[in-house]
Write a protein that binds this ligand. Sequence first.
Ligand SMILES: *[C@@H]1O[C@H](CO)[C@@H](O)[C@H](O)[C@H]1NC(C)=O
Ligand SMILES: *[C@@H]1O[C@H](CO)[C@@H](O)[C@H](O)[C@H]1NC(C)=O
Ligand SMILES: *[C@@H]1O[C@H](CO)[C@@H](O)[C@H](O)[C@H]1NC(C)=O
Length: 488
Amino acid sequence: MATKKTVWITLLCIFVVSQADQGFDVRHHLSTVTRYSVSKDVTQNLIEGSNVPSECTPIHLNLVARHGTRSPTKKRLRELENLAGRLKELVKDAEARKSSLDKVPGWLGQWKSPWEGKVKGGELIRQGEDELYHLGIRVRERFPSLFEDDYHPDVYTIRATQIPRASASAVAFGMGLFREKGNLGPGRNRAFAVTSENRASDTKLRFFECCQNYKSYRKAKEPAVDKLKEPVLNKITASVAKRYGLNFTKKDVSSLWFLCKQEASLLNVTNQSCELFTPSEVALLEWTDDLEVFLLKGYGNSLNYKMGVPLLEDVLNSMEEAIKAREEKLPPGSYEKARLRFAHAETIVPFSCLLGLFLHGSEFEKIQKEQPLELPPQPPKTRDFKGSTMAPFGGNNILVLYSCPVDSSPKYFVQVLHNEHPIALPGCDGKDFCSLEDFKAKVVTPHLKHAFDNLCNANRDDPKQKPASSKLSILFGWLFGSSQDTEL
Ligand SMILES: *[C@@H]1O[C@H](CO)[C@@H](O)[C@H](O)[C@H]1NC(C)=O
Ligand SMILES: *[C@@H]1O[C@H](CO)[C@@H](O)[C@H](O)[C@H]1NC(C)=O
Ligand SMILES: *[C@@H]1O[C@H](CO)[C@@H](O)[C@H](O)[C@H]1NC(C)=O
């Protein structure tokens, strides 16, 4: 009888444990290192079903996408190689202290970076190509009438930043979008153009690099961001060190969390470094990553997104041109049907902020008044501002312009899709299908009172001199790759 009871209790425990494991998947908690396939369908604020009246037809599409999954940058590759040395040291050190190694995971002492010997980093990897290729296929399938024209670079404008992982993402997307539309090879591919602005003057897709005041802000703010993260990191370092009997430093733990994100995202390995952390520790580490995104790229400072106004204007202009072409009854093939852009997390997070995504009523009002928002609350409290849903690899916003029959007034509407799902626009009373008039008046226009140059390059002491010197420093920054490493 007693044994039977034990068996039942044991079974129950196994059941409970496996239930808990099933509820938690570290792959959903990697902030901006999250994969698109994991993130795509879990964003908050999504609207179920379609609110687009069947008599309305799409007439133009704007896409702003982040590049797909990429390998770690060069600096991070070195960090991982150093970590391998550190882990060996820590195990040796524990042995020397005659401390028990029972608690140390078997892999840890002999761990080597899976990227050991790799010299160059930051490129789009195969899985990243796949993400954008399939996004291209899905976009054409969803909007067949927009993509039935023969390819012309003025009808389907494809723009990428000068960074190779962004232009490679544009190519992968275009290969999906135009597959079987050409004569090249067995896939009947079509050649298409991808154009880029010089990175030192790309105010539409790399405004974060052209905006001197933003660069100063970011540099000045970084120590404060580290300070904010510190208490959490200290606490987790102490717990992890105690749990495994190894004398980890804060830096080790931060590298291990970085390793966890790379293993889980790039290699789909979740049973190694990620298992060093409990689910609640992962949630806290994810929060520290999101704090950084919030303060340096998101709602934490209005300059972060106001500098993206040239992109927002470009989107609006493309819609107005499409309407003009339609009203003038221009022949098909003579006007643009889609403007497709491939850039970075530093582009797409500010762009989402300009649209007011993920905000609630009072927060939206604060943003309109240019008041800062409060920091996203620490777990276990929940938050809407998440890097994993806002800017995963391949994350995107699509703005579809619709024309509705004349007797319905107004005539033109905008629908915003975030990661391919309709999303509530707080500026448009929480609807996803917004009349163009409302979209312009309530979402776009409030941001237009700031000219990019005033925001970014105005110098209180000498307004005339700054632009020239800032251009020089952009050039130097570019020559020496100073911003390369922080870029997502
Ligand atoms: C752990 O490392 C710190 C500095 O890194 C050192 O001061 C401390 O003595 C070490 N503790 C043990 C138990 O080795
Ligand atoms: C990742 O691994 C899980 C099992 O842990 C599997 O179900 C999933 O299909 C894998 N994903 C990819 C992209 O390989
Ligand atoms: C992780 O899981 C894989 C596949 O199940 C297994 O081959 C590997 O040994 C595991 N690694 C660790 C560190 O447990």
